[in-house]
Write a protein that binds this ligand. Structure first.
Ligand SMILES: [Zn+2]
Ligand SMILES: [Zn+2]
Length: 137
């Protein structure tokens, strides 16, 4: 588990600013189709924090229900993807590592949903690659 730390981040246009943390688990890079379409990138790195720890400065991100009980949030002005919430994990929320102010501090530990990965998307970083969600610890 990563060391306890408070993280700050926000969107490209800086209307949405947040602080949250510490991360609850290691970072995973998700290759699922839903993330691909929702974010417009072939893969996206996510970290997880407690929902109670996430605080927005002024503007709240816009929310979109991508499936029943699943809400993806992004800046309504510039579109930066900020968070992913599922009612299956009501006390947690996932944040895009790319929206952090210092994303280099949180290197991913694995790749998930590789069954959805595009044919040219074959990570060569040596990290574990799971066909679906990460195995339970
Ligand atoms: Zn923005
Ligand atoms: Zn995904």
């Amino acid at each position: 588990m990563p060391e306890a730390t408070v993280l700050t981040g926000g969107c490209l246009c800086r209307r949405v600013r947040y602080r949250a943390g510490p991360p609850l688990y290691t970072v995973s890079v998700c290759h699922c189709e839903s993330c691909r379409r929702g974010i417009g990138a072939h893969a996206v790195a996510w970290l997880t924090v407690s929902r109670a720890s996430l605080q927005f400065a002024d503007e709240l991100p816009a929310q979109y229900a991508s499936s029943a009980g699943i809400f993806r949030a992004h800046c309504a002005a510039c579109g930066t993807a900020i968070s992913y919430y599922t009612a299956a994990r009501p006390d947690e929320i996932d944040l895009t590592v790319g929206s952090l102010d210092d994303p280099g501090r949180l290197a991913p530990a694995d790749h998930i949903w590789m069954a959805d990965a595009l044919p040219w998307d074959r990570p060569q970083d040596g990290l574990p690659q799971h066909p679906g969600t990460r195995p339970l610890p």
